[in-house]
Design a protein around this ligand. Structure first.
Ligand code: MRU
Length: 331
């Protein structure tokens, strides 16, 4: 089984696998510049809730080491928190860094301590991915056909993934027959990234357009759906890639279990329910153009939320590194 190196810190640089180029080209961004890392988050060159958190933690640590003052720490913090609003892991990781900053503000080792914290967040994520996969094995009562949406694999984390790691672990244990991959419009994280990871892991898969999911379920080809999360409210309502809510409704209608897998760093206890989760709106060019080719008229009105919220009532279980949580959810 092979994991991709999504985010790595080496010789003072952050190295990011440029996910906008996958699966056709494997190119890396190597930088010490926090502004370049902020742009990478905004452009989805690095993406997926846990990976964004890790990249932001390193951006803050590297940025501070080059401009060591409280003023620059706050400036970099503010820049990074503006990159993407929905994945709570970004804010969680920045907050963890801030705690270290204020605890050791007068220490000569502050730069090193911040880097150490970023490394800890990365390693912690690797361990959480493993624990999620182990806890997720509970979903397999027999060999299953699984449907997933977006990418919640190694590319979305520092480790082996969340929802996709449950699938990988299930496959290793002979419990996954086939994976159906929603292509995930508009940026195609499914057909580009999840497919790429499944290929690397030798797991049989088929890509389907998002609108094919209902028909697949109707034909009895899907035994369960498993997805990741960008932010889980205290009551279990879950924000994830746009189209996730559609799948949950469809799964419910067809009486198919619908699972969410995510680290506890994706839980936001400050949001009592999903209505409090801020949903990112993306640029209209992501709909009017595909890979720079214009496909519809520029003057047409576009609505492009990056995420939607699935109500807790449609979620069969939420799998974290700590537990296999069953409803009613109360985080
Ligand atoms: O816009 P993206 O590609 O960052 O969205 C990612 C997702 O929606 C993932 O499903 C989620 O972050 C979980 S990743 C383990």
């Amino acid at each position: 089984m092979q994991d991709l190196r999504t985010v790595e810190f080496r010789d003072g640089n952050l190295i990011l696998l440029d996910q906008t180029k996958l699966p056709l080209r494997e190119e890396y961004i190597t930088t010490k510049d926090y502004e370049r890392i902020a742009l990478a988050i905004e452009r989805l060159e690095v993406r997926g809730a846990p990976a964004i958190g890790v990249a932001a933690a390193y951006a803050l640590a590297i940025g501070y080491s080059l401009e060591p003052s409280e003023e620059s720490f706050n400036k970099i913090y503010k820049r990074l928190e503006k990159t993407r609003p929905t994945a709570v892991n970004l804010f969680w990781a920045l907050e963890e860094m801030k705690k270290v900053f204020y605890q050791h503000k007068h220490s000569k080792e502050l730069s090193e301590l911040l880097l150490r914290k970023a490394r800890e967040i990365l390693h912690d994520d690797i361990e959480k991915c493993e624990a999620i996969a182990k806890n997720g094995l509970k979903i397999f009562h027999s060999k299953l056909n699984v449907l997933t949406h977006c990418n919640a694999g190694s590319l979305a984390t520092a480790g082996s993934g969340t929802a996709l790691n449950v699938i990988k672990k299930g496959f290793e244990n002979g419990l996954v027959n086939h994976v159906f991959v929603d292509e995930t419009r508009p940026l195609l994280q499914g057909s580009r990234l999840t497919a790429f990871e499944l290929e690397k892991n030798g797991i049989p898969f088929t890509i389907n357009t998002d609108s094919t999911a209902a028909f697949l379920m109707k034909q009895g080809k899907i035994d369960c759906v498993i997805v990741g999360a960008d932010r889980i409210a205290a009551n279990g309502d879950t924000a994830n890639k746009i189209g996730t809510y559609n799948l949950a409704v469809l799964a419910n209608f067809h009486r198919i279990p619908f699972y969410v897998a995510a680290p506890t760093s994706s839980i936001d206890k400050n949001c009592s329910d999903g209505s409090e989760i801020k949903i990112e709106l993306r640029d209209k060019s992501e709909i009017t153009h595909i890979k720079g080719i214009q496909i519809t008229k520029e003057n047409y009105d576009i609505y492009s939320p990056a995420f939607d919220v699935t109500p807790n009532s449609l979620i069969t279980a939420i799998i974290t590194e700590k537990d296999f949580h069953l409803p009613p959810y109360n985080f």
